[in-house]
Design a protein around this ligand. Structure first.
Ligand SMILES: Cc1cc2nc3c(=O)[nH]c(=O)nc-3n(C[C@H](O)[C@H](O)[C@H](O)COP(=O)(O)O)c2cc1C
Length: 406
């Protein structure tokens, strides 16, 4: 159910995916402008006026990160294309189709904060190859202001989390925190000990480039007042046309599902936000704006733009059990709560999915109110939402039955 279509679907109003060009000449022909602004800090006001928020999951205002890092000495910039969420394909799609748009955005961010070291941290595979080729082309044409080092991401669920990103690129060891600005110490290798690092998702950087080309008013023509612009949504599961869709922030859930088209069975529930996300009945999201503000009252988030559709002919409990097993296998060895809690939750979820379940109250107790670890929180949130959304199924399983054929 989680397997993704490779295809990108350019929908009406698409901005990023509509400038697809893998070669520099094609890219220049489409954007028709040199984006460089010539100086530290110039773009920050435009990004603030545009209201751009991060597309990597947390949704932080991009201007604030830029402004904070721009005040520091010789900062570092990392473009994050780890795409470690298994249900997401947007960053690979974007980098493969529009590498120069992302790389323009990266150069602009570097120029804006006055960085002196630049990394592209990318999932190994086609996107990494295309990005390397695009960087070589730019180097040959002297297009870039700053050389970019490519670092391949590890293959793990946490590969894209900032602490892992910093450890892999700059060698810094930091504990995961929620701060936007990291002043990690450089450990294990010589170098300046206290350089701030701006970690920015590659989709965010592509939007930043378009704000530089077209201005903040153009950017605000789509999306909502609080969350302007478009965003990339990876739609998978029981839909006719799985793929990466570029849609305005705030599109209604039903409108996105219409774009992806119904499969043979109607969509009964959706998982929003990925493997740390939230199951909701389709009827609940049909008229809802897909935005952070629109989903907040439901306890959900778009995350990095992920929607997985499940039909009534599938067992949502079995799907959830499979995801929780994956998350348990991805737990961090150094994290006590995660190490102790996740295998237990995965085992109980599997028992419930197989109809041998203990009582689901016990499972609900296991996933209630964590907070010590984001990974455990994410898994607990997923299970809680499955128990709510598939409550009827839970009752059937307790009676030894399952609604799904087979
Ligand atoms: C478990 C976990 C995995 C993450 N994976 C990614 C990822 O693959 N790509 C990404 O850009 N951000 C990822 N993030 C979010 C990053 O930590 C960070 O917030 C983001 O790269 C910041 O960029 P933005 O402000 O442009 O969104 C992840 C966060 C967590 C907690």
């Amino acid at each position: 159910m989680i397997a993704m279509g490779e295809r990108a679907v350019t929908t009406r109003g698409a901005r990023l995916l509509s400038v697809a060009a893998s070669d520099l000449d094609g890219h220049i022909a489409r954007v028709r402008a040199l984006p460089w602004r010539g100086g530290v800090g110039r773009l920050i006001g435009d990004v603030q006026a545009a209201g751009l928020t991060g597309r990597g999951g947390a949704g932080e205002p991009t201007w604030r990160k830029l402004a904070t890092v721009a005040t520091t000495e010789r900062p570092v910039v990392v473009a994050n294309a780890a795409e470690s969420e298994p249900a997401s394909a947007k960053d690979v799609t974007l980098l493969s189709r529009c590498p120069h748009l992302v790389l323009d955005g990266l150069q602009l961010a570097v120029e804006t904060v006055g960085a002196t070291a630049v990394y592209l941290y990318v999932r190994p595979g086609p996107a990494a190859r295309i990005a390397r080729a695009a960087l070589a082309e730019r180097a040959a044409r002297r297009w870039d202001l700053f050389p970019v080092r490519v670092v391949e991401a590890e293959e793990s669920f946490a590969a894209g989390e900032e602490a892992t990103v910093l450890a892999r690129t700059t060698g810094r060891r930091t504990r995961p925190t929620r701060s936007v600005l990291r002043r990690g110490r450089t450990m294990g290798r010589p170098g300046p000990p206290d350089r701030a690092t701006l970690v920015q998702n590659v989709e965010t950087l592509a939007h930043l480039a378009q704000i530089a080309y077209h201005g903040p008013a153009w950017f605000r023509r789509l999306g909502t007042a609080a969350e302007p612009g478009t965003f990339l949504m990876t739609v998978s599961g029981m839909v006719a046309r799985p793929g990466v869709y570029e849609v305005p922030v705030g599109i209604a859930g039903s409108a996105l599902l219409d774009l992806a088209g119904p499969a043979d069975d109607p969509v009964a529930a959706v998982l929003l936000g990925g493997f740390h996300g939230t199951w909701l009945p389709t009827a609940t999201i049909a008229g809802r704006p897909l935005s952070r503000a629109g989903l907040e009252p439901l306890g959900a988030r778009p995350g990095a733009g992920v929607l997985v559709a499940a039909s009534a002919a599938q067992c949502g409990l079995a799907e959830t059990a499979a995801i929780v097993h994956y998350l348990a296998a991805q737990r961090r060895p150094h994290c006590g709560p995660c190490r102790a809690g996740l295998p237990e939750i995965a085992a109980r979820m599997t028992e419930l999915a197989h109809g041998r379940g203990p009582d689901s109250h016990r499972l609900a107790g296991l996933v209630a109110g964590h907070g010590a670890c984001r990974h455990l929180d994410g898994a607990a949130n997923l299970v809680r939402s499955a128990l709510d959304t598939f409550a009827t199924e839970v009752r059937r399983h307790h009676g030894g039955e399952c609604s799904c054929p087979g």
